[in-house]
Write a protein that binds this ligand. Sequence first.
Ligand SMILES: Nc1ncnc2c1ncn2[C@@H]1O[C@H](COP(=O)(O)OP(=O)(O)OP(=O)(O)O)[C@@H](O)[C@H]1O
Length: 596
Amino acid sequence: MARNKYDIDETLQTEFNFSHLKRLATYIRPYRGDMIFTVFLLTISSALSMLAPVFLMKIMDEFIPDKNIAGIVIISVILLAIYFIISIILRMKITITSRLGQNIIHTIRADIFKHLQELPFSYYDDKPHGKIQVRVVNYVNSLSDLLSNGIINTITDLFSLFFIVGFMLYINVRLTLICLIGLPLLMVIIFVIKKKQRVAWQLSSNKSSNLNAYIAESINGIRVTQSFTRENENIKIFNTLSGDYSKAWMRAIRLNFLLWPSIENISTWTSIAVYVLGISWLDNGMKGITVGVLIAMTNYIGRFWAPINTLASFYNSLLTAISYLERIFETIDEPVLVKDYEGAVDMPPIKGEVEFEDVTFSYEDGLPILNDISFRANVGDSIAIVGPTGAGKTTIINLISRFYNLDSGKITIDGIDISKVTIRSLRKQMGVMLQDSFIFSGTIMDNIRYGNMEATDEQVMEAAKTVRAHDFIINLEQGYQTQVNERGTRLSVGQRQLISFARALLADPKILILDEATSSIDTETEILLQEGLNKLLANRTSFIIAHRLSTIKNSTCIMYVDNGKIQEMGTHEELLERKGYYYELYMSQYKFLEKE
Ligand SMILES: Nc1ncnc2c1ncn2[C@@H]1O[C@H](COP(=O)(O)OP(=O)(O)OP(=O)(O)O)[C@@H](O)[C@H]1O
C-alpha cells in the first residue's frame, strides 16, 4: 500500500454501521450500574421539578381566590425542599458522570494503544504517525462528552419528556395535541440534514488528521527545516492545512446549528398557537380551560422543548462521535498481519544457525525487493552485508526477526521455520540494533535495561563496561542516573551507539542483527566502537549491515547484495581475488583507507 501523506485524506476501510454503536455499548456495559443509578436520581429530580407548575396552578385557581395564606406558605416550603434535593442530585450526577466518562475513555484508549503495540512495521510504513496519534488522543477525547453527560442526559430527558407530556395531558388534552403537532416536522428536518452532517463530520476528522500528521512531521524534521531555512514554506503548508480544517469544521458545525433554529421556530409557533387558541377558548368559557390551566400549560410547553433541544444536541454529538468512532474502531480492527500462526510453539533456546531458503519478499504487491534468496550462516558466523543503497540489506535483516511476512520460501533457525514459532519467543532471543539507535526518555540505566528488564544495576554496568560505554557514562553529571531526552538528543551519535551495544549485549542474544551507522565518527570513538563491537559479537551468530572496513574484514563471510539477489559471498580475500562486485566496492571506497 502506498504511504498516505499529510495532505491526502484517508479513506475509510469500513463505513459506519450500527454495530459500531453496539460495540461502543460494550465499553459502557461495565458501568451500567452507575448509569442506571444516575438516571434514577435524575428522573426523580425531573419528576420533582414537574410538580412546580401544578402547585402554581393550585395557587392561582384555588388558594388565591380562597385567600388561603397557610396553603401558599406550605407549598412554598415544599418547593424550597424540592429545589434543595434537586441541587444535591445534580451535584452527584456531575461527579458520577465525569468519573464514568473518563473510565470508559481510558478503556478505549488502552485498547487502541495495546493494538498499536502489536501492529507490524508495514502498518507504520503506510501511515503518517501524526494520523495515528490523533486517533489515540484527540478522537478518543472527543467522545468524552457523549459518554459522560450525553447518554445519561438523553435517557433522563426521555423520561422528562414522558413526564411532561403526562402532566400536559392531565391538564388539557387539546392544548397538548397542538403542542405535539410540531414534532413530525422536526423529524423531517433531522432526516433531511442527517446525511450531509455525517459527510461533513467525516471530512472534518480527515482534515484534523492531516493537520496533526503535518505537525508531527514538522516537529520530527525541525532540524532539517531550520538547516534549509524552510520555515516560511512550512508555515504556508500549515496555514493551508489549518485553514482546510477550520473550513471543514465550520461547515459541519453550521449543519449542526441548522437544528436549533428549526427547534426554536417550531417551538415558538406551536406556543403561539397554544396561547391564541387557549385564550380564545378561555374567552368562550370552554370547559376545563382556566387561567391556572393556561399558566401551567405555558410553563410545561417551555419545559417540553428543553429536552427536545438536549436530544437534538445529543443527536448532533452522536453524528460527530460516529465519524471519530469509525476511525477508532478501524484502528482497533486493523489486522495484525504478522502474528503467531495457529499452533505456533515457543522457539527452543537458539544455537544460532540461520538459513534462507528461496526467500522472495515484496513490500508492495508485484514489486519484489528480494528474489529467491538462499544462504546459510553457521553458529557463531558473522556475516557482513554490503551492497549499494536500496539493494535490500535492511530488508534481509528485518526478515530474520520476522518483522514482515515472506511472499514465498522460508527462513529457519536451527532448522526450525521461524513462521511456525511464537514471535515473542523468537524476538526475545535476538538482539537487534537498528541504524537509528533509538533512545527513550528516562535514565541511561533504564535505556540499557530495555534489553532485559530483569537485569540488575550491576549487570547493566557490566554490559556497559564490556562494550566500552562505561567510561563516558560515569563522566556524565549523574552517571547512569543521567536523564536523557527522547531520541537521546543530548548524547552524541557514537555515545548512542555504545548505549545500544550495551542494550543488545544485556539481552545476551544468540543471534545479533546490527545496522551499522554510516555516520563519520572520530577515531577515538571509532576505536571504542570497534572494541565494543568485538565484545558484542563474540560467540554469537551476527548479521551486520557493515560500513566500516574493519567490521567487514573481521567478518567470517561477506554477502554482497544487489538487485534483490545475493551477487557474491565469501571472505574478504576470496572476494578480492574474484574481482567481482565486492572488489569494485573495495577499490572505489575502502582501498584508500588501508594506505593511510
Ligand atoms: N517500507 C517500505 N515500503 C516500500 N518499499 C520499501 C520499504 N522499505 C524499503 N523499501 C524499498 O526496498 C528496497 C530495499 O530497501 P532496503 O532498506 O532494504 O535497502 P538497503 O540496502 O538497506 O539500503 P541502504 O543501504 O540505503 O539502507 C528499496 O528500493 C526501498 O525503496
